[in-house]
Ligand binder design. Structure first.
Ligand code: NAG
Ligand code: NAG
Ligand code: NAG
Length: 619
């Protein structure tokens, strides 16, 4: 494998005759030394502002890593390399495991369940690296990348390309293979700002900038089109997570993530979403294709489970309006949807054209005084990993039954203690210690994401020195999020990223707390593939996940391959664990062609960091 630096130099110097080899190697070493020399000053600034305790040795470590780098480069030029894992075929360019409809049908799933996630059937496992399509280009940096994407990076059919789409799926073709969505310069392609204002007015606010004050902080956007409503909400400092079913092409989730917005594949055809009860202030569906009154209201009951007390369900659908007007004018009786919402103790707050807004009750006593046959669930509903949809109302006895209007802006220790007495265990001291730890760790992590240790790619000839981490980091996943400390630290530092907080199955289920902090997150079993498209994350972070999955007896190699699938080319990985698992991961990382460095924190523990970068492999 040739070094990227050599590639770049050969670009600068033109085609490379064999005689120039040695000269180029020399030049590259000089350039490298020059680059590294300038890097240590930047690094001084970073360390001097950080607390001198745990990470005091970082400068030395970085020098060490630099030596390792030169050493490894020379080894990798030699012949005795371990055999690399091969590339998958072209048919796997957009491969998402666990969604093979023909296999599901063959196994007997029907009535829509064939479109559900069925990892238990996955016999398609192959040891290969999913490669990008030929036309794949590095996404534009945030925030330009939110409004314009490369059309070659997502899978769209010709028809989807040609049609301008409905309100929720509107896109505009630009020249140079780019797709534009909404733009700030008066070009309101999708009318989404007006729509967001309309919703705010319908719940009695002056404008959509008042959502936060009204207690609306987290929004679950179901079947989110191409994410423009979410983008609007994010610009208002809300967290809007898009959840949509797997689609082989024209995927909403793929496009939304490509834009740098929060999204995950999910559907609730037969199973609950891997999200805790009482977590969202608003659930939104605009033409999301769900027939809400089917299956005796099971889908609406799932929405009720996810909504916080006093939360809103916003439905924009032309068919609802037709049904509504037809039934109310014809026979004074109420529509099936009205009946169901009454049984759920929701009140219809407003209706305008095709948009309906219901509000979930804030009073848990409502359910006892109501008439209707939807019972209240018995028992604990904490384990919500792809459980079957439940025909009962949940969360009524939870300590987290706190109406959205009475929530304070950020968690304080009183609230933590309330949560502590809930079904999950949290020590306030532990929580605040964790926060401090991540604030410090983040600074050092960020400085480690320096391509100088690895390769030269983001610094292109003539560029000014960019700030770390040099290339785009927008979509971040914390694979073992615990309390969401990394998320909080990133937010506090004002990094323009969002974090998918994943709580692994078998760990303390801290997901309710993560949601109460206003972050996005899901529960996930890391022995299975993650429900997302290839090339959707820029940075994967995992603290103590390697040792956890070892205890779950699943394969570290498969986990790393899966991480490679979901990482963008030139994306980063930070693994933190004890020496054993880290050494093992380092060996595997070499096999899947990542640039990888072990970093010894030298604080007397056997904790190590493994920092990796996925290369941009074409063919
Ligand atoms: C889906 O399953 C079918 C039948 O089991 C199999 O032939 C096919 O290769 C699978 N598709 C993928 C993309 O793995
Ligand atoms: C903390 O939150 C609780 C419950 O929301 C509230 O009653 C209390 O006043 C808050 N305390 C502070 C210091 O903000
Ligand atoms: C060393 O650092 C690691 C990770 O930063 C931390 O988990 C560990 O507790 C530290 N050990 C000591 C002895 O301070």
């Amino acid at each position: 494998m040739r070094s990227p630096l050599l590639n770049k130099l050969s670009l600068i110097f033109g085609p490379r005759p064999p005689l120039n080899w040695i000269l180029l190697c020399l030049v590259s070493v000089f350039v490298l030394i020059a680059l590294l020399g300038s890097s240590s000053t930047t690094f001084d600034l970073v360390t001097s502002s950080a607390k001198p305790d745990i990470y005091a040795n970082y400068r030395k470590l970085k020098e060490q890593a630099r030596n390792d780098y030169l050493e490894l480069k020379s080894i990798s030029l030699g012949a005795n390399r371990i055999k690399d894992v091969g590339l998958c075929g072209k048919e796997r360019e957009n491969y998402v495991p666990c969604y093979n409809v023909s296999a599901n049908l063959f196994a007997g799933f029907k009535d829509g369940e064939e479109f559900d996630r069925h990892c238990e059937l996955s016999q398609e496992y192959q040891d290969c690296l999913v490669r990008p399509p030929k036309e794949y280009k590095t996404p534009l940096t945030w925030p330009s990348g939110r409004d314009v994407i490369w059309s070659g990076n997502v899978k769209l059919t010709k028809d989807q390309f040609l049609s301008s789409g409905s309100m929720t799926k509107r896109l505009m073709l630009l020249e140079e293979n780019q797709i534009a969505f909404h733009s700030e310069d008066g070009l309101n392609v999708d009318g989404v700002n007006d729509y967001s204002h309309l919703i705010a007015e319908m719940i009695g606010l002056g404008s959509d900038s008042e959502f936060l004050q009204a207690g609306v902080r987290t929004v679950l956007d179901i079947g989110c089109g191409f994410g423009s409503f979410g983008a609007r909400l994010l610009s208002l400092k809300l967290m809007a997570l898009c959840v949509a079913a797997y689609e082989p092409s024209g995927s909403q989730v793929q496009l939304v993530l490509e834009r740098g917005l929060p999204a995950v594949i999910g559907s609730f055809i037969s199973k609950q979403l891997p999200l805790p009860s009482l977590s969202y202030d608003m659930v939104h569906c605009a033409k999301c294709g769900i027939i809400w009154n089917s299956k005796d209201g099971l889908f609406l009951i799932e929405i009720d489970r996810l909504l916080k007390p006093g939360g809103y369900f916003v439905l924009t659908s032309p068919t609802t309006q037709q049904q509504h007007s037809r039934t109310t004018s014809a026979n004074k009786g109420s529509s099936p949807l009205e009946e169901l919402t009454k049984k759920l103790c929701w009140s219809l707050l407003a209706q305008q054209d095709e948009t309906f807004i219901w509000q979930k009750t804030a009073d848990s006593q409502c359910y006892t005084s109501r008439q209707g046959e939807i019972p209240v669930c018995k028992g604990n509903d904490m384990q919500i990993y792809y459980q079957p949809l439940a025909p009962c109302i949940s969360g009524t006895t939870s300590q987290r039954w706190v109406p959205i209007h009475s929530k304070s802006d950020s968690l304080n220790s009183t609230e933590l203690e309330i949560n502590g007495k809930c079904s999950f265990w949290i020590q306030p001291d532990d929580f605040f210690e964790d926060s401090d730890f991540w604030k410090l760790a983040l600074r050092n992590y960020w400085s480690l994401l320096s391509p100088l240790i690895f390769s030269d790619h983001p610094k292109r000839p003539g560029d000014d020195d960019p700030l770390p981490p040099y290339n785009m980091v927008r979509n971040v996943m914390d694979m073992n999020a615990h309390y969401g400390g990394l998320s909080a630290a990133l937010m506090k530092e004002g990094k323009s990223v969002w974090v998918m907080n994943v709580v692994p199955l078998g760990m303390h289920n801290t997901l309710p707390l993560i949601h109460d902090r206003g972050f996005a997150g899901v529960l996930h079993n890391w022995c299975e593939p993650f429900p997302t498209y290839p090339r959707t994350y820029d940075l994967l972070h995992a603290n103590r996940l390697l040792s956890h999955i070892a205890s779950q007896r699943c394969s570290m190699f498969e986990l790393l391959l899966e991480m490679d699938r979901i990482l963008r080319p030139e994306g980063w990985v930070i693994l933190s664990d004890t020496l054993g698992p880290i050494e093992k991961a380092r060996a595997l990382a070499a096999q899947i062609r990542w640039e990888a460095r072990v970093i010894d924190l030298q604080n007397g523990s056997d904790q190590r960091l493994l920092v990796c970068q996925k290369p941009f492999v074409r063919k």
